[in-house]
Ligand binder design. Structure first.
Ligand code: ASP
Length: 401
């Protein structure tokens, strides 16, 4: 996508903020246009996940190669998620944003936001593949697709696989459809942002909300910036010896879309497109990006740690070292368990809060600014996925030389 497109995308973001701030009464009209864009993305996302993962695995030709890519992805995801949580803990302990915050948050019904480790584990296996598709249970769809594709790979066929051809054709067509949707992205991004700001009540309503929790917002943003501009680029530089910031510039359309939609899953079609355009091996992109969009969430992990410690500080709860360790572990799990949809991280945070006895009602306090932080952490989630794919792709190229 050319330079003009970037101009349109940035204009879309800016115009979205301005329109939403100036014309709060048009919130519904803004939202309708944005809904079109969002629905179009969601329309392609599940077929794309199935076809891209199946295609990528079938093209691996052997289970050995699947293991190589899979293990690297696993290693990268756990390392970067852990680094993200550590960064979050560091900034929140240094900045202490929760000290002196008044606790007059909205009511949150604990039952509505219930989320447990057992549920997360059980949701991995779909008892009915089609039900998983209908319910948009992405993780279960991914697990079933991986298992089935591995089975296909393991059968000893005596002829060239017809299935491979079919999947390649479906894949090319879905990517074509995606390229059409991308053309409408500037308008879609603009109306999604305008709709959100307008629905909050425009400019006058925005200021007090952001101001009252400004220290908390700043702490999360600082953590996210450190992770996105220092940690991930350093890892990329270390493994590929290439300029990380030029990669970030190349994939900006996915980051802007992630900000506008607040959903890694909805952004996925665009993520795959920009990643392969930026030179990441197709096979790696097609396998790791759908997986990453669902389980690898650096931004969410960082945010969960900051939010939990922030609430502890606000409630005057002194956390001990073992409790920090528990937050570290549960924030990692909560990020893996969060679906790639708006505000999913807020729900899985219950796991973190309950593990160290911070009142779950605290979520009500941070709800007011979550629409904004959700967008920022989603962009970092997507960036983490892309950098991971780039590192794995480079390491395979190295090996094949
Ligand atoms: N909205 C985020 C995403 O889609 C998940 C979260 O709520 O943190 O990546």
């Amino acid at each position: 996508m050319g330079r003009h497109f970037l101009l349109f995308m940035v204009a879309g973001v800016v115009l979205g903020f301005v329109l939403g701030a100036l014309f709060p009464s048009f919130s519904l009209s803004f939202a309708v246009v944005g809904e079109f864009f969002l629905k179009a993305l969601k329309m392609v996302v599940l077929p794309l996940i199935v076809v891209s993962i199946a295609g990528a695995i079938l093209n691996m030709e052997s289970i050995e190669r699947f293991k190589r890519i899979g293990l690297r992805a696993l290693l990268y995801y756990t390392t970067t998620t852990a680094l993200a949580v550590l960064t979050g803990l560091l900034v929140v302990v240094l900045f202490k944003p929760g000290i002196g915050v008044s606790l007059s948050g909205g009511e949150v019904k604990v039952k509505e936001v219930a989320f447990s480790f057992k549920e997360l584990l059980l949701s991995l296996i779909p008892e009915n593949f089609f039900k998983a598709l209908v319910n948009f249970n992405v993780l279960a769809v991914i697990v079933a697709t991986i298992l089935f594709s591995l089975a296909v790979l393991s059968v000893e066929w005596r002829r060239e696989l017809l299935l491979k051809q079919v999947i390649a054709e479906l894949d090319a067509s879905l990517m074509k459809l995606t390229s059409w949707i991308i053309k409408t992205a500037p308008v879609g991004v603009c109306s999604l942002i305008a709709g959100k700001i307008a629905s909050l009540g425009g400019a006058s309503a925005l200021k007090p909300i952001l101001y009252s929790l400004s220290k908390y917002v700043l702490t999360v943003l600082t953590g996210l910036s450190i992770h996105a501009l220092i940690t991930l680029p350093l890892l990329y530089l270390l493994f590929t010896r290439k300029n990380p910031y030029s990669l970030i510039a190349k994939v900006r359309d996915a980051l802007i879309t992630a900000f506008a939609t607040a959903s890694s899953s909805a952004t996925l079609p665009i993520t795959i497109t920009v990643a392969t355009d930026a030179g990441i091996k197709r096979q790696v992109a097609q396998f790791t990006l759908p997986l990453g969009a669902t389980v690898n969430m650096d931004g969410t992990a960082l945010y969960e740690a900051v939010a939990a410690v922030f609430l502890a500080q606000a409630y005057g709860i002194e956390l001990s070292l073992p409790q920090y360790l528990v937050i570290f572990l549960t924030a990692t799990l909560a990020a893996i368990g969060a679906a790639g949809i708006p505000e999913a991280g807020l729900i899985t945070m219950v796991l973190v809060l309950e593990s160290v006895g911070i009142p779950v009602e605290g979520i009500g306090i941070i709800l007011a600014v979550d629409w904004f932080l959700d967008r920022c952490r989603t962009a970092i989630n997507v960036l983490g996925d892309i950098i991971g794919a780039a590192i794995i792709s480079a390491s395979l190229e190295e090996e094949e030389k």
